[in-house]
Design a binder for this molecule. Structure first.
Ligand SMILES: [Zn+2]
Length: 183
């Protein structure tokens, strides 16, 4: 079931195309817009943050239509032209309210979302670690045998830093055969 944001009051509703149980307002009528603000396209964390923005606007605007147009203008700036009747009020509200900037993270549920790049597996990491240890260790040993302990120490430190970088890069997963479960 899709969880969607009511763009008139900031409450959540089950289904993007149904009236809001909290404020009773019908959907916007623009299906693309109604669907956009659902967990199908936007991550739940982002939806919650955007809901907070809508609730703040609604608390100050009072009027649901003014809330919608203020919210759309907040998101899209100059690309949105509110109806003339709301234009001045939208500008005033946006100036008055210091609305937080919300970074919109996609949910990844929508069909057609490009698949995530392949993650590094534990085997990849072990192999690159092994190569690094061999190269750094071998070079350090060579420098020591050439009686260059300072150079060997520096090389060892650089190797350690490289190793930490390597381990920090991306989540580790165990390669699993088969298709991932449906969302
Ligand atoms: Zn509502």
């Amino acid at each position: 079931m899709t969880v969607a944001l009511c763009l008139y009051c900031g409450s959540f509703k089950l289904g993007a195309l149904v009236p809001c149980p909290a404020c009773g307002h019908e959907r916007t009528g623009d299906t693309g817009l109604d669907l956009s603000f659902s967990d199908w396209y936007i991550s739940p964390v982002t939806l919650e943050a955007l809901g907070g923005v809508v609730r703040t606007i609604r608390a100050n605007a009072g009027d649901p239509e003014l809330t919608l147009w203020t919210f759309l203008s907040y998101l899209n700036g100059d690309q949105v032209t509110p109806p003339a009747a709301h234009q001045a009020a939208v500008d005033t509200l946006l100036r008055k309210l210091s609305l937080p900037k919300v970074e919109i993270q996609p949910s990844g549920r929508a069909a057609g979302t490009p698949p995530a790049p392949p993650e590094r597996t534990i085997r990849d990491e072990a192999l690159s670690g092994l190569v690094l240890v061999t190269v750094v260790g071998g070079t350090a040993w060579l420098l020591m045998s050439l009686e260059q302990p300072v150079l060997a120490l520096i090389f060892g430190c650089v190797g350690g830093l490289l190793w930490r970088r390597l381990r920090r890069r991306g989540p580790r997963t165990i390669a699993v055969q088969g298709t991932p479960p449906a969302p």
